[in-house]
Design a protein around this ligand. Structure first.
Ligand SMILES: [Ca+2]
Ligand SMILES: [Ca+2]
Ligand SMILES: [Ca+2]
Ligand SMILES: [Ca+2]
Length: 671
């Protein structure tokens, strides 16, 4: 897909709409002065870009670094490629020598998209955690988000489990105050992926150079192993592009507390899953975070090998030894431009699919623009569970984005959690109430962590259980609240599958497939339904495969009724004909002659088509396609084999949509 990049019109994501220090009975309230707005809640500002993310075509030998020269002429005057990164995978990033507006990259991206070595290219933009602080307010310490009528029913869930310490929730955020007394001991080792160093200390900020100044990182280093939050406050306007000054948000610390603040320690707040662990993954610095760094944080959290994607610019990044089952992103960007969102979702969709295949659930804030959710990235992208914010009455918070793609809702107004009193560096540990979809997302992440804690293993099933058990106020429509406010007690009492259905038998016409329901929780009565493609064709535990199934996906779905809806797990096979491969080749031939190889492939019900590959040991010496007109038979003149002696000739048939593959070999003597 090589579509021209459309113009990104706006930034960004205010995910915290207002903020106040908590008072009342909560411990350690540090200060009471008004809090300065930390970010402008604007919807019409430029979209800064740090570079270009590139996905290479499948069949290219090119590397991302090779593309730098090609784009140089299309970049704005005076801007060059400072660095490039690509690992052994097909993704990479070109870093520019200075930050530009994303629209200034249109020509370079167009140039890349015309290159056959490139599948697609998108800007490496910037995401932010938080937004306006309006008038500060105080709250009592009632954790309505846990126990209220429209809370997540955490207190009832705790009769069943408070979570497993073997389940981790990665918090991709500003880092965290690791020593906060209500959080100490709740963390596993995290990592810092903030590599966004602008030098914007001049007045106008018209040119924002990349100088390894670590202004955004604020810890005097690029990527590192320490995810402690050094603070993201900006002492002055102009320190970061498009952002005014303001005190530190301690955003990641607040999110972490909603998930796993300590319970029964007579202190402060309590998280929704207080026995699970939090993995702090720092992706947001003083100037926000780039799409590339956020994506690498997602991959690392899931246990994927980041070095294979990022190369070695940051050295060799150790694989995460305690991968997270749940990944929370209380961050994003809002851009009312469908084309741009589609481009960015190609990238984020690929990242989410890698993490989900590794078994991780990804939860993202729907954003605080009070607008159409389809413009929010990454929450609207495939593979992300998008979370709207609700209030004490189960209504959508006015700031919450809404509409297509909102999956569920969770409390996001007046949410007390762990906090810090420092303005620009860590100070006294404290508590504060905050508003935002940033506060709603971790309630869903924690609830998902409880599901993993009782043995649910599949991200698809976790998402279905969250949705099937959610509760929606009559006053909140599906387009506002998605499936509704998540319900931790409902998740733990649902009739839910722990494993996929069992499936035995060969997926070939004439054979019978036999399914079993798999293991389920809470005494489920399970119904088995068979599908050919997306069409239900039979119920019961057996399915006789026929010719009509050839080339089709046959799925068995195990479903248990839960209230009005069902929760299912499924398993699929593709039905193919099993081929017979024969070949004729003289057992002795001369090194000066080309030997003749005749290959015949037959398959029941269908004419075999596909590709024949011939190997001499490990070396491929011939390739030939079999078309329908060949009627399964091809003759190949092999090249001369110059080395005398015994050779193992291997013939491999790669089948088609309807025929599986086969191989056969023979030892010949070359004289
Ligand atoms: Ca660092
Ligand atoms: Ca660090
Ligand atoms: Ca506590
Ligand atoms: Ca979704």
């Amino acid at each position: 897909m090589t579509q021209r990049l459309r113009r990104p019109l706006t930034l960004v994501v205010p995910l915290v709409t207002s903020l106040a220090l908590a008072g009342g009975a909560m411990a350690a309230v540090a200060q009471t002065e008004p809090i300065e707005p930390s970010l402008l809640n604007t919807t019409e500002v430029p979209q800064p870009a740090r570079g270009i993310i590139v996905k290479l075509a499948d069949d290219t030998d090119a590397e991302v670094a090779d593309l730098a020269d090609d784009v140089a002429a299309e970049l704005p005057d005076g801007v060059g490629v400072a660095d490039s990164t690509s690992g052994t995978q097909d993704l990479g990033v070109l870093d520019l020598s200075e930050q530009v507006d994303a629209t200034d990259l249109d020509d370079a991206i167009e140039q890349l998209n015309e290159d056959p070595a490139v599948e697609w290219a998108v800007p490496n933009g910037v995401r932010l955690p938080s937004a306006t602080a309006n008038d500060p307010y105080f709250t009592n310490n009632s954790l309505w988000n846990l126990t209220g009528a429209w809370g997540v029913q955490a207190n009832r869930a705790w009769d069943i489990t408070t979570g497993s310490p073997n389940v981790r929730v990665a918090v991709l955020d500003t880092g965290a105050i690791l020593g906060h007394p209500d959080l100490a001991g709740q963390f596993v080792a995290g990592r810092d992926f903030v590599d966004d160093e602008y030098d914007c200390m001049n007045r106008s900020c018209s040119r924002i150079a990349y100088r390894r100044s670590y202004i955004s990182a604020n810890d005097r280093s690029s990527w590192d192993a320490n995810a402690a939050d050094p603070g993201d406050g900006r002492e002055s306007s102009g320190m970061c592009p498009y952002l005014s000054g303001g005190r530190s948000s301690w955003h990641g610390t607040h999110v972490a507390g909603t998930i796993a603040a300590k319970r029964n320690n007579s202190t402060g707040v309590v998280g929704i899953a207080p026995t699970v662990k939090v993995q702090p993954v720092r992706v947001l610095g003083r100037c926000g975070g780039t799409d590339w760094d956020i994506a690498m944080g997602i991959l690392w959290a899931s246990g994927a090998n980041v070095t294979a994607y990022d190369g070695r610019r940051h050295g060799s990044i150790p694989v995460n030894r305690t991968p997270s089952k749940v990944i929370n992103l209380s961050l994003g960007g809002y851009t009312p431009d469908r084309g741009y969102v589609r481009e960015m979702c190609q990238f984020y969709g690929q990242i989410s699919s890698i993490a989900r295949q590794r078994g991780s659930t990804i939860v993202a804030a729907a954003g605080n623009n009070g607008g159409n959710h389809v413009y929010n990235v990454p929450s609207s992208c495939p593979g992300f569970i998008s979370v709207a914010a609700t209030d004490r009455n189960g209504n959508r918070a006015s700031f919450s984005n809404h509409g297509a793609g909102v999956d569920v809702a969770a409390p996001g107004v007046g949410i007390p959690s762990t906090y810090n009193g420092g303005q620009y560096a860590p100070g006294a540990n404290t508590y504060a109430a905050m508003d935002g979809t940033s506060m709603a997302a971790p309630a869903v992440a924690a609830t998902a962590a409880l599901a993993y804690s009782v043995g649910i293993t599949s991200p698809d099933v976790v998402e279905r259980v969250l949705k099937a058990t959610a509760r929606r106020a009559a006053s909140c429509s599906a387009s506002s609240c998605g499936a509704g406010v998540v319900n931790a007690h409902g998740v733990l009492t649902a009739k839910a599958p722990l494993t996929a259905p069992g499936l035995r038998g060969a997926a070939r016409p004439g054979r019978t497939l036999v399914a079993s329901p798999g293991r389920w929780r809470n005494g489920a009565t399970v119904r088995l339904t068979w599908y050919r493609g997306s069409k239900a064709v039979r119920t019961g535990s057996t399915y006789r495969v026929t010719k009509a199934d050839l080339g089709k996906r046959v799925t068995v779905r195990a479903t248990a009724t839960n209230g009005s809806g069902g929760i299912f797990h499924q398993r699929s096979v593709v039905v193919k004909s099993k081929p017979r491969l024969k070949f004729a080749l003289p057992s002795k031939f001369s090194k000066s002659k080309r030997a003749k190889l005749t290959v015949k492939v037959t398959a029941p019900y269908v004419r075999a088509t596909g590709t024949i590959r011939v190997y001499d040991g490990k070396k491929r010496i011939a390739t030939k396609k079999i078309y329908s007109k060949n009627k399964g038979k091809v003759t190949i003149k092999l090249p001369k084999i110059k080395k005398k002696g015994k050779h193992r000739i291997r013939v491999i048939y790669s089948g088609s949509a309807k025929v599986s593959s086969a191989k056969k070999s023979k030892v010949v003597r070359v004289r």
